[in-house]
Design a binder for this molecule. Structure first.
Ligand SMILES: Nc1ncnc2c1ncn2[C@@H]1O[C@H](COP(=O)(O)OP(=O)(O)OP(=O)(O)O)[C@@H](O)[C@H]1O
Length: 236
């Protein structure tokens, strides 16, 4: 998406004296590059930590089954089959985990809204039949309008904040042209539609929505985010 890294060399080669070439000390990268280095480091560390945890858990599941079988009356041959069955399931589980989700995994249904960078659609996950809202964002538009970091923050926030007041994000992925956010579908409509329909809210109903709003804002503040677009169309 962005390519600033390409024009920021971290090491340089300096020419000195008669054709002698010496390596210059590594220059410290710009703060953006350093941020990326830190993000890549964290990604790799998290990835390997998760891998180790998975291997450990898999071993424990097998050991558990072996211990249960050892103290049971199950015939030896059946025990072997049960262990093989567990291994087969574990392999299948790993295969499913490795699957990189993409837009083809969803059946696209009706358009339910338009955002700043593209449409929002109702969609059905083919494997589970679950219904979600798919927000599609055109990457080139985001770059032109300088909104990459804001969209990244929105994605991270939805993934991090587990609050019943904040729409859930189930998956995010991208292809060459678009970013996709697969979110919980909120069928009730936004606050603007409610106000247009009801005109005036009773005190109790107004209290309810104000309380929910305060809880939503509090939950994102707890994660050190601020909402820069509080309006009747961002509450559902
Ligand atoms: N999870 C959802 N469930 C149901 N409808 C949704 C959902 N997310 C978005 N929509 C619909 O799509 C519209 C646009 O989505 P959204 O407001 O998230 O886009 P945006 O890019 O932030 O737009 P803007 O910058 O104009 O506010 C919403 O007003 C709403 O009608």
């Amino acid at each position: 998406m962005e390519s600033e890294m390409a024009d920021e060399p971290v090491t340089a080669v300096a020419e000195e004296g008669e054709g002698e070439t010496v390596a210059a000390p590594a220059a410290v990268g710009s703060s953006k590059t350093m941020e990326r280095v830190a993000a890549a480091k964290k990604f790799i560390e998290d990835h390997y930590r998760a891998q180790m945890k998975n291997i450990q858990e898999r071993k424990e599941r097998r050991l558990n089954l072996e211990q249960q079988l050892a103290s049971s009356q199950v015939p030896r041959e059946e025990q072997i089959n049960l262990i093989k069955d567990l291994e087969r399931k574990e392999t299948e589980y790993m295969r499913l985990k490795r699957h990189r989700i993409c837009v083809d995994d969803f059946e696209l249904l009706t358009i339910i809204g338009r955002g700043a960078f593209g449409e929002v659609r109702l969609c059905r996950e083919k494997s589970s039949g679950n219904i979600y809202a798919m927000k599609k964002l055109k990457k080139s538009e985001m770059v032109v309008r300088g909104q990459v970091e804001h969209v990244r923050a929105e994605r991270n926030l939805l993934a991090e904040v587990g609050s019943h007041c904040i729409v859930k994000l189930y998956y995010s992925f991208q292809d060459a042209e678009y970013l996709y956010l697969i979110m919980e579908y909120l069928p009730g409509g936004d606050m603007m539609t409610l106000l247009m329909r009801a005109d005036t809210l009773t005190e109790d109903v107004a209290c309810f929505y104000i309380a929910e709003t305060v809880l939503a804002i509090e939950s994102i503040h707890k994660h050190n985010y601020i909402h820069r677009d509080i309006s009747r169309t961002t509450y559902f």
